[in-house]
Design a protein around this ligand. Structure first.
Ligand code: FAD
Length: 468
């Protein structure tokens, strides 16, 4: 059957685009976290929606599950096969065309395999800006971002992927093509299918193209790194920026001192601005329509300094400085991985509860695992923290104790009315915990939707929902 299927796939996409030699699987099978390795029947690489549709029809006929894959940057094992030697990986990375750019409507329509960085370039080519941005943007595809409802560093002003997509084209599990590529900001004609596919982790259909919202590019940016004595002060500083800068506030990133120390120690080529010692830092960015006569950033930080909310700050004096500041923030995942034993989380909480949550949860974790290295940073403005862990002395220690570490963390998230996934999704990694903490009625409703779209269960089994 394997040979028969392979030649049928090859008839659709060409022999070069059906890879079944495990020696060539590497980029499609080894995931970013080093936790999951796929064992697919084959990797199939279509170039058009029609090809995707034909592959899906074939898979439905032969009952072969499909793991749709973009850049394979998932942090939750969402783009990895569930049953070895029984599923195909459908790589979207050849589907990279711009379908339409419409600056007057502020829309960009692209195929789903474009990387986020390529989407940024396409938007800039029509003098517009697409705000979704995060450290893996050179590899993550826009289809993958939609499937995970990615967030990133500008959610405070522009929202998550859900807020940035106007329409989707999707190949359904029976191979039919749903064309929802509408460039409309208002469309009240029934159920919103777009929002069902966003965040569905490839479990009910394959997103083949999307209509994205564009924005006029901000003319000026002001970026600063601030030093704070306590996490409580971060909340006060956020409130100050919200009141004084309004919608100009684009990013407000909280970073504890340990991850910054790890960037210095393990990534010596990264330039870290000279900042005084402090347990917490905040990286803040304002986007302005025009250059103000006086720096808005300076004005706000002067007030914060006088009121004791910050102890020191470095303000970027050029775009280059601003890139340097952001580079430090974006290098933290790599520094943690280099340190050893890195495990991730992406929890969200009501912003007002974050200081108490961080203090109580850190104390509980360190009491249970005194050797644990904490790496706490994240998008405080969105209530989203990466409460991560390393164990440089013994890199296996975090992995051996991962279940217990996550149990404490997620129980605390539940106690503080939060969510176990703000932006990375559920995948395989958080499946059991999602069942543990999500309302059973919500799981039941999700199951009904899954079964309605995908009665054969061939779309990315074992992710988001348990197999039946
Ligand atoms: C260093 C790093 C930093 C990150 N920072 C952030 C951050 O700040 N904010 C944030 O939100 N996320 C962040 N992420 C996670 C990020 O959201 C995901 O990795 C990304 O969105 C996945 O895109 P991808 O193309 O690599 O998808 P993959 O990893 O290939 O797939 C992810 C999921 O999407 C599905 N999928 C992929 N393409 C499609 C498609 N076309 N149709 C249907 N389903 C599809 C897959 O089946 C899988 O379930 C980060 C990841 C890394 C590695």
């Amino acid at each position: 059957m394997k040979e028969e299927l392979k030649s049928l796939f090859a008839e659709i996409v060409g022999l070069n685009n059906v890879i079944d030699d495990p020696a060539l699987f590497g980029p499609y099978t080894d995931d970013f976290t080093d936790h999951y390795v796929s064992k697919p029947l084959a990797v199939v690489r279509p170039s058009t929606t029609e090809q995707v549709s034909k592959i899906v029809k074939l898979c439905a006929q032969y009952n072969v599950p499909i793991v749709t894959q973009g850049g394979n940057t998932s942090l939750t094992g969402a783009a990895t096969t569930y049953r070895p030697d029984a599923e195909i990986v459908l790589s979207m990375t050849k589907m990279k065309n711009v379908i339409d750019a419409d600056p007057l409507s502020d829309t960009l329509t692209v195929q789903a395999g474009m990387t986020l960085a390529e989407v940024h370039e396409a938007a800039e080519s029509v003098n517009r800006f697409f705000p979704l941005s995060f450290a893996a943007e050179g590899n993550a595809t826009i289809g993958g971002c939609c499937a995970c409802n990615a967030g990133g560093v500008a959610v405070l002003r522009y929202g998550t992927t859900r807020d940035l997509v106007l329409g989707v084209e999707v190949v359904l599990p029976d191979g039919r093509i749903y064309n929802g590529l509408r460039r409309l900001r208002k469309d009240n004609t029934g159920y919103d299918f777009k929002d069902l596919f966003l965040g569905s982790e490839g479990t009910i259909g394959i997103i083949t193209a999307v209509v994205l919202k564009l924005f006029p590019a901000a003319k000026e940016k002001e970026t600063a790194f601030c030093c704070l004595n306590s996490i409580q002060d971060a909340g006060k500083l956020l409130n100050r920026f919200k009141m004084k800068a309004g919608s100009s506030l684009t990013a407000f990133e909280l970073i504890s001192d340990l991850p910054i120390e790890r960037v210095k120690k393990y990534l010596s080529d990264i330039e870290v601005p000279p900042l005084s010692d402090s347990p917490w830092k905040v990286l803040v960015e304002l986007s302005l329509e025009k250059k103000p006569q006086e720096s808005m950033m300076e004005h706000i930080l002067e007030g914060a300094f006088e009121d004791g909310e910050i102890t020191d700050a470095a303000i970027a004096s050029s775009l280059q400085d601003s890139h340097t500041f952001w580079h430090v923030r974006e290098s933290i995942p790599l520094a943690d991985r280099t340190a050893g034993g890195s495990i991730h989380s992406d929890v969200s909480l009501p912003i007002s509860l974050i200081p108490e949550f961080v203090e109580e949860t850190s104390a509980m974790l360190l009491s249970a695992y005194p050797w644990l290295g904490l790496s706490i940073y994240g998008h405080l403005g969105d209530g989203n923290l990466h409460f991560n862990f390393v164990s440089p002395e013994d890199p296996g220690a975090t992995y051996r104790n991962e279940e217990g570490i996550r149990e404490i963390l997620y129980s605390q998230v539940n106690k503080f009315e939060g969510s176990i996934s703000a932006e990375h999704g559920i995948g395989m990694l958080k499946l059991d915990h999602n069942y543990q903490f999500k309302d059973p009625l919500e799981i039941e409703m999700m199951r009904k939707i899954k079964n309605a779209f995908d009665p054969k269960g061939i779309m990315n089994p074992g992710k988001l929902l348990k197999t039946e």
